[in-house]
Design a binder for this molecule. Structure first.
Ligand SMILES: Cc1cc2nc3c(=O)[nH]c(=O)nc-3n(C[C@H](O)[C@H](O)[C@H](O)COP(=O)(O)OP(=O)(O)OC[C@H]3O[C@@H](n4cnc5c(N)ncnc54)[C@H](O)[C@@H]3O)c2cc1C
Length: 376
């Protein structure tokens, strides 16, 4: 290959572009990006701190049609080591990996510096509308037509406010790929019970999602009350397991048994819950005369749905891995690769999705090297 076009300047696209160009300075590496600037979503990750990866990369944190391949790709990628090669120092804070500076902007600048030094060419405001294969690739944007020997599709998903919101599937109209419809994941929940006076209150606890009596998933963590339902990391994690008709049961005082709580409440005080729970919750219970023990130990929500992609961190669905070999090259179209969130792979909150975006870019690069697909 003498010319390769990468569609989408996100984590996967920029990383794979710079690796290829660093190794093969004579190959044309062109990145087409729909936005005016690259890496927009990366800048927003981890609340601007960029949670790059996690110490616990167990495959149970991911969903896909080929978990064995996902495991192989994520295990093969040592994020701290590969980031250090680019000049980015990282650190673990608990289980979570961040840039040492705790600024997503550092990751942005280092990736873009290395890409620029290597000579990767970026064209912005180039929204790719179609990809055709005719003895090479013809890529059409709203303004121009491009030709290349190979293509890497790294267009991410519609999740989050910063995404290009459109049906990713339409990009592949002229190619034949198996594609699973996209749906939001890692997002908030709409619930039948809404506690408006608790809006903005955060509580740590144990949260369980049930279908009837069957426990689907349990999470320990934080929940946030909102004016439409519930949010918070624990809730977003559980949204991955959402099905119609589920209920959410919350133990808001997991460190106290029902008996301990009952003893505590026997004290003859004006506001017995004061100091144990946020005052808004204590006021609500007093006003509504609800049984505090069942409310705090088994607060139940009937979940009406999960919030739309615009509010989500990732989307489920995308190009099935069954379309690709272990190097993420299409089984049908030569030198056609895909990486990152456009693939049918999604992970938990906690650095899993960025880990996969970078790791899949790395796998594509390694595959090109292994098969000597790129001319020097
Ligand atoms: C608010 C928020 C916080 C997050 N926090 C974390 C976190 O802390 N840790 C973590 O691991 N994950 C996090 N994620 C998820 C993570 O950001 C994504 O999974 C990851 O960025 C996906 O990388 P990607 O390269 O596949 O796609 P993206 O980074 O989304 O990049 C895709 C690029 O392709 C461009 N594009 C799309 N369509 C076209 C087209 N037709 N033509 C040209 N260009 C196109 C887009 O404009 C975009 O620049 C977060 C997501 C959100 C929304």
């Amino acid at each position: 290959m003498n010319k390769i076009i990468i569609i989408g300047a996100g984590a996967c696209g920029v990383y794979s572009a710079l690796l290829i160009k660093q190794a093969h300075p004579n190959v044309d590496v062109l990145v087409l990006e729909a936005h005016k600037t690259p890496l927009k979503k990366l800048l927003a990750t981890g609340n601007g701190r960029c949670n790059l990866s996690n110490k616990d990369l167990a495959i149970t944190h991911y969903d896909s049609d080929n978990l064995a391949l996902v495991k192989d790709i994520i295990d093969d990628f040592d994020m701290p080591k590969q980031m250090q090669k680019l000049g980015l120092y990282t650190k673990y804070m608990g289980q979570l990996l961040y840039p040492y500076s705790e600024q997503a902007k550092s990751v942005f600048r280092i990736l873009m510096d290395r890409a620029q030094e290597a000579g990767v060419v970026f064209l912005y405001e180039q929204f790719v509308k179609s990809i055709r294969y005719q003895d090479g690739y013809i890529i059409e944007t709203e303004h121009q037509r491009f030709h290349s020997d190979g293509v890497i599709v790294s267009v991410g998903s519609s999740a989050g406010k910063l995404s290009q919101v459109y049906d990713r599937r339409s990009l592949f109209t002229h190619l034949s790929f198996d594609y699973q419809d996209n749906s939001p994941s890692l997002t908030q929940m709409y619930t039948k019970e809404v506690y408006k006076t608790l809006k903005g209150v955060r509580m740590k606890g144990v949260f369980s999602l049930y279908q009837g009596k069957q426990l689907l998933k349990q999470e320990k963590g934080e929940m946030l009350f909102t004016n439409y339902g519930v949010s918070g990391i624990a809730i977003m994690q559980l949204s991955r397991y959402y099905q119609e008709g589920v209920t959410l049961v919350c133990d808001l005082l997991p460190d106290l048994s029902k008996e301990e709580l009952a003893n505590f409440l026997q004290r003859d005080l004006i506001h017995p819950l004061e100091g144990l729970v946020p005052y808004q919750l204590s006021d609500l219970l007093e006003k509504t005369h609800q049984d505090p023990i069942s409310f705090l130990k088994q607060m139940t929500f009937h979940v009406k749905g999960i919030r739309e992609s615009e509010y989500a961190q990732v989307e489920k669905g995308g190009l099935l891995l069954s379309n690709f070999n272990n190097d993420l090259e299409s089984k049908d179209y030569p030198h056609f690769y895909a990486g990152g969130e456009i693939l049918n792979v999604n992970g938990d909150c906690g650095g899993y999705n960025l880990h996969f975006a970078f790791a899949s870019g790395y796998r594509i690069f390694k595959g090109l090297e292994r098969n000597q697909n790129v001319k020097n």
